[in-house]
Each structure stands twice: as structure tokens, then as C-alpha cells.
Design a protein around this ligand. Sequence first.
Ligand SMILES: [Zn+2]
Length: 139
Amino acid sequence: MGKYTFKFDENLYSIDISNCLDYENIKNNLPLGLTHEEIIHLLKQQKNIEFDVSYYDQACQNCLNGVAEKSKYFKFLEYYFYAFTKNNKYVMSNISEEYANTSFNKMLKNRIVDNSYIISIIVCIKCGKYSIEIEECEC
Ligand SMILES: [Zn+2]
């Protein structure tokens, strides 16, 4: 199993299946063919991935960072990309190498794809555990 690591504020984070929360559920929700391994592969082939700070109204289910302080918002690091599918099967993403030569609209027109999803990787800034959210786009 591969892993993808990145630094933020001098802390090292690792996208590695052993840090993934609720993996079984995520696995069932990902489009067919878009595996955790493929996500790591996509991340690794990018030169400049920036995980950005984002705030959620739910605490990390692993460390509950901020709950004791009664925070209203909880701090995470987030990165997202688009996954394009045809008949619910993963075709490519907007960060795939092949995507440089095409566009979603072009693929849609040529019936190479028929749907798209936003795949967000949401990492707890405190403990480094993460989850992956899969959301269907309106298109
Ligand atoms: Zn945490």
C-alpha cells in the first residue's frame, strides 16, 4: 500500500490507509475503479498540491480536538479534486495526466463520461487521521 505525505506548519501528515477513518464506508461510496490506492497515485503525481485549512462544524471523530474547549468550528486540512465517471465507473480525474488534453465538457459531449464527483480528503490538523467525502456534482 502506497502513501502520500505532506508538510503543513512543520507537521508531517500521511495519507495512508492506516490513518483513514471509516475506510469500509468510503470504499463502498467511491465510484467503481477509484480505489484508495488510485487516490494516492493521483496525489503523488501532482507537483504542487496544497491542502488548505478548512473549518467544519463537526469535530474529528478520532481525537475530538476542540470539543473540550467547546469550539464551534473544528480545524482540518482539505484537498479536493473531481472524479469523472461513466455508468458509475471511474474514468479519470481533473488531476490525471490524461486530463491535460481534454476537458469535462468535451468528454461529456463525446459520451466518454456521464457524471462527476467531488472527492475531498479531509485531514484532522491535530491527529492526522482523515476521511474522504464523495459528493455527486450537478451537471
Ligand atoms: Zn483528530
